[in-house]
Structure formats: C-alpha cells, structure tokens
Design a protein around this ligand. Structure first.
Ligand code: KG4
Ligand code: ZN
Length: 333
C-alpha cells in the first residue's frame, strides 16, 4: 500500500510517500519562514495562499522521486487539525479531491499524533509502550503511549510552550523568527552560570510545567543589563535560557519515566531538534539504563512524512467497516 501524506497546518507545506512494506520513499518540505519573517510571525492569509501554490507541485515531486504516479496511491493521509483554518483547508481540499478522483480512502490525522509517531521512521524505531515528550511551538506535554491510538496525557505546560519561549527569547535577543535554532547556536558561545534564570515548577511533584515566568526573567535580564548588545552577554543569556529549559524538561522526563515505570522516552516536535536538549535527555535516560528516541532531524519540525506514517497506522488499525466508511464519505450517491 502506497500512502501520500500532506501537512499544511501552519507555515510548512509537507508531502511524503510511504510504502507499507518499504517505509519512507520520498518527502518534501517547503518552509514559508522567509515570507513571514518580516512580520515577526506567521500571517495566516499569506500562509494559506502559499500552501495553494506549493501543495500539488510538492505532491508531484515526491511521486516523481519514488518513480510512482497518482494512480499508484492506495490512500491519502492529511492533517485535519489543530492549525490555522485556512491553511488546513488547503491540504484537506487537495487530499479530498485526489481521494475522490481516485476512489481511495482519505484519513484525517491529528497534527500532534503525527509528531508523536515521527520517531517510528527512525532507525531503530521505538516499541510501544513509551513515554512521549511532545515539545513544539504550540505544545509541551508528557504522554503515556500504551499502544498506537492510546494516548494518556500525564502533564503539560500551564502557560507557554517551550518552543514559544525559545521564539520570545530570540526576539528579546534581536534574532529573527523562528528563534529555536538561533538561540541554540548562540548558547554554544555562552558561559553556563554567568546569568541565573529560574526553573519554574521543576520541583513540583506533578508533570506540569510553566515557561512564561522564564520568558519574563529573560526580559528582565535584558532590560536591566548595562550593555544588552554586548555579544558575550547575549550568548550568556541564551546559554542560561537553554540550561533552564533543558533542566526542567530533563527533570520532568525522569519523573515521567519513574511514575509510569516505563523505560523508553520518545521526544517529538520542533524543539526535539535542539542539540542541547537531545544531549541532556540522552544523558539522563541512559543513566537510568533506559532508551531514548528522536525523529530523524529533518522530521522534527512539521512535515508530510509524520502525517503519512500516522495515517498508515490508522489505516492498519481500521476494521473493514471503518475503512468502508472512510471511502463512502466521498460518495455523493
Ligand atoms: O513542531 P513545530 O515545527 O511546529 C509546531 O507544531 O509548533 O515546532 C516549531 C518550534 C518553534 O518554536 C521553533 O523555534 C522550535 O520548534 N525549534 C527549535 C529548534 N528548531 C525548531 N527550538 C530549539 N532548538 C531548535 N534547534
Ligand atoms: Zn508541529
């Protein structure tokens, strides 16, 4: 079975082809970052229009790379939400149109389930059950994943997501959107401990987190500094911020493994591309003789491959009746 994945929930258009036997055959991502940069964030209307321009071309590109044609497709998986309504509509409309024309099932995928399952495309891939840390621009959550489709929320941020805090810190340090990679690179030049920042909720007995106070602490450090433009000062702020975020996420990850008595941790979402976080979590999990999994670097941020793999898993879990209903949705008779 050949499955096409389409992602268009925010500012990346992603397409991918997965073969149920051979795995990922091809994937493409077009990022709109340069287009939105001038506005300091994503402009929904511009995002939708750009998805329209890209999605069919990117679909043809993955088919061509894999040596396939549209008639080889057995199903289409598409991000159903959450995301920007207009942007989502583009991917959904294209998926439904192709699905209807070919008479194949169209499977709606939850964007976060896509992120969560992106690690199944890593080598080695995790085995269920595991604890998942989903850390992106919109979410920071711990989940117990007992098996495919069984997701129990264990704890989450009570305010900002970690990725959002990265982006705000980048802005305060005069860097452009999205800020994660820039803050991470700048932190490499900073001195740990030169600036003190709080670790909100790190010692709370639950698995909830909070990152908005950290953002305010960065704001205070920058506004009170005699020379906020000093390159070493900026690097020290970035270092202090990254140290604080990784300390909190590492402490909570260990707590989540202890609480669930599981020994595998899967990290997913845009912030899982972060070098310092990867190193710190790996160290903590290995200290406990546990196993840690990350998506391949190119599949950490939004992409079509994670939607295709989640769609394939959904398809394989469907009863014949459910699959039939999935096809019938596109019949007008
Ligand atoms: O998962 P994603 O692409 O989109 C959402 O679903 O939110 O995550 C985007 C977030 C942004 O906040 C971005 O700054 C952050 O992931 N990010 C990073 C890195 N790469 C992306 N944060 C820290 N370090 C990185 N290397
Ligand atoms: Zn995402």
């Amino acid at each position: 079975m050949l499955i096409l994945g389409i992602e268009s929930s925010c500012d990346e258009t992603g397409t991918a082809l997965i073969d149920s036997e051979k795995g990922l055959l091809a994937h493409r991502i077009h990022t709109q970052i340069d287009m939105h940069r001038a506005y300091g964030g994503v402009v929904p209307e511009l995002a939708s229009r750009d998805h329209i321009r890209r999605v069919l071309a990117l679909t043809d590109e993955v088919l061509e790379e894999a040596g396939k044609t549209r008639s080889d497709l057995g199903a289409i998986a598409v991000t159903e939400g959450p995301g920007l309504a207009g942007a989502l509509l583009v991917g959904i409309s294209v998926a439904h149109a192709i699905g209807y024309a070919l008479g194949i099932p169209v499977i709606g995928v939850h964007h976060l389930e896509g992120h969560l399952l992106a690690s199944l495309l890593a080598d080695p891939a995790p085995r269920f059950p595991f604890v998942a840390l989903l850390v992106s621009g919109g979410h920071t959550q711990f989940m117990r994943v007992q098996k495919f489709g069984s997701y129990e929320l264990l704890g989450e941020t009570l305010d900002d997501a970690a990725g959002e805090a990265f982006d705000k810190t980048a802005q305060l340090l005069g860097m452009c959107y999205p800020g994660g990679p820039g803050v991470s690179a700048l932190a490499e030049k900073g001195v740990s401990g030169a600036i003190e920042l709080p670790r909100p909720m790190m010692h709370s007995p639950d698995l909830n987190m909070s990152f908005s106070g950290l953002k305010t602490a960065v704001l205070n450090a920058v506004t009170k500094a005699p020379n906020p433009e000093d390159p070493q000062f900026r690097a020290n702020v970035a270092r202090a911020f990254v140290d604080a975020v990784t300390d909190v996420l590492a402490a909570k990850a260990v707590r989540a493994l202890k609480k669930t008595r599981l020994n595998s941790l899967v990290v997913a979402g845009g912030v899982s591309a972060n070098k310092q976080l990867r190193a710190r979590l790996t160290q903590e999990v290995e200290k406990r003789h546990g196993k840690i999994f990350f998506p391949p670097l190119s599949l950490c941020t939004d992409n079509g491959a994670m939607i295709a793999i989640a769609g394939l898993k959904r398809l394989q879990a469907m009863t014949p009746e459910e699959l039939d209903a999935c096809r019938k949705r596109w019949s007008f008779s």
